[in-house]
Write a protein that binds this ligand. Structure first.
Ligand SMILES: Cc1cc2nc3c(=O)[nH]c(=O)nc-3n(C[C@H](O)[C@H](O)[C@H](O)COP(=O)(O)OP(=O)(O)OC[C@H]3O[C@@H](n4cnc5c(N)ncnc54)[C@H](O)[C@@H]3O)c2cc1C
Length: 378
């Protein structure tokens, strides 16, 4: 049986980041991906913000589909305003992006195997279906196998997600439409996306990733039905090129590290519970895990959980509180917040969004909201 210092299961952004970070330190790394082609199928709107990813990765021109200079926000009654935030981020081409991150791992010395599905894990080895079943041994393992992670449960972690812990998403790639390709559009209101929001992430002037995420505890309607209803009205001539359905975890998992393992990215439930964004936290957690796994393999003390807590979980904790407040708002209350946002952003060109500052502005603008929200937030 071939044995590696480190095995990483799943070559999404989290797994590849862990692989290139650890391989760079000279240990032997095996990265296993069940799909034939890394990055495919794309289950993502492909948006990423410059400020959050900047300390962890330089985004290369060839991974970018569109440059974003802000967002258009639509409230529950159809009014819109612009948030002018030049160079705030990009809409990626995740097929190229995911493949490039795996290539970085390969270049730094990791062995990357595709069409290699881990089907079980016993003691210090995994069984991998590569057409035939092959066993690989490891000293340390990282589960980067996404929202449907099995690695965690095989390692004894309770990976169960309650209905309240998940946003259910439906998204189509739509051609033959006209969109402003410098702005993402975010749409709020119960008619569009109960407990969540709808989005338009441009891929060009005539195509976009258009979707919505809902909380299944806030509606009995399906995400697909809501998306179909909305698209029929908003883009009657749009041509659907690709349909995507998936979930985004929105909770906090404490048990993401053990004697010989870490969980990272969506497998560790590290996506942002407000925006649903998980690429950046996946990469952050991958880099932190790769570095700390090397320490563990070399018999040194690690600080994986402490670093994840400081760099990711503290923010998730605050965003979960804001999300809970959001869940208490009906369309009337949401519209009040929308109007405060409109006042706050109008005429401004911003270079950062600080969620704590924004919440403070909203609370200070409305003593009534302050009374209602205070208990939920603090
Ligand atoms: C509709 C939708 C839209 C989204 N839009 C955005 C967005 O705009 N911006 C953003 O930041 N985030 C977005 N997200 C979230 C984002 O896609 C994820 O958070 C991100 O991909 C997580 O990265 P990851 O590496 O943890 O997991 P994944 O990208 O899910 O990668 C996990 C990998 O593990 C592989 N795998 C699983 N099991 C096994 C196994 N047993 N053996 C081998 N390989 C295995 C899978 O094939 C997969 O390649 C969206 C999610 C959805 C559902």
């Amino acid at each position: 049986m071939e044995t590696f210092d480190l095995i990483i299961v799943g070559a999404g952004p989290a797994g590849s980041a862990a692989a290139y970070t650890a391989a760079n330190e000279g240990i032997s790394v095996l990265l296993l991906e069940e799909h034939r082609q890394i990055g495919k199928p794309v289950v993502c709107a492909e948006g990423i913000s410059r400020s959050t990813i900047k300390p962890y990765l330089d985004i290369k021109r060839e991974w970018i589909s569109q440059y974003l200079d802000g967002a258009i926000i639509r409230g529950p009654f159809g009014d819109e305003f612009n948030v002018e935030y030049p160079k705030c981020g990009w809409v990626l081409d995740r097929i190229k992006f995911d493949a490039a991150l795996a290539d970085m791992a390969r270049t730094r010395g990791a062995l990357v195997k595709t069409s290699a599905k881990v089907v079980s894990l016993q003691d210090s080895k995994v069984v991998v279906d590569q057409g035939t079943k092959v066993e690989y041994g490891f000293k340390f393992i990282i589960g980067a196998d996404g929202i449907a992670s099995r690695i965690g449960s095989w390692l004894g972690v309770n990976t169960r997600l309650d209905l309240a812990d998940i946003a259910v998403c439906a998204q189509y790639r739509i051609d033959n439409i006209s969109v402003n390709n410098s702005y993402a559009k975010l749409i709020f209101g119960h008619q569009y996306a109960p407990g969540g929001y709808a989005w338009i992430f441009p891929k060009s002037e005539t195509s976009a990733n258009i979707g919505l995420g809902i909380s299944p505890i806030k509606t009995k309607q399906s995400a697909k039905k809501l998306l179909d209803q909305w698209l029929k009205k908003e883009f009657p001539n749009g041509v659907i090129k690709q349909r995507t359905f998936g979930g985004v975890p929105s909770t906090i998992f404490k048990h993401i590290a053990g004697e010989n393992f870490y969980l990272i990215g969506d497998a560790a439930r590290l996506s942002d519970p407000l925006s649903g964004a998980g690429i950046t936290n996946g990469i952050k957690s991958g880099v932190i895990a790769g570095r700390n796994a090397v320490r563990r393999i070399k018999g040194q003390k690690d600080s994986y959980y402490a670093e994840i807590k400081k760099n990711i979980l503290n923010e998730i904790k605050f965003h979960l509180k804001v999300r809970n407040v959001y869940w208490h708002l009906d369309d009337e209350a949401l519209n009040k917040v929308f109007k405060i946002g409109k006042r706050y952003f109008s005429g401004k060109i911003i270079d950062d969004i600080d969620m704590r500052q924004l919440v403070k502005e909203i609370l200070l603008s409305s003593p009534k909201l302050m009374l209602k929200w205070f208990g939920l937030l603090f």
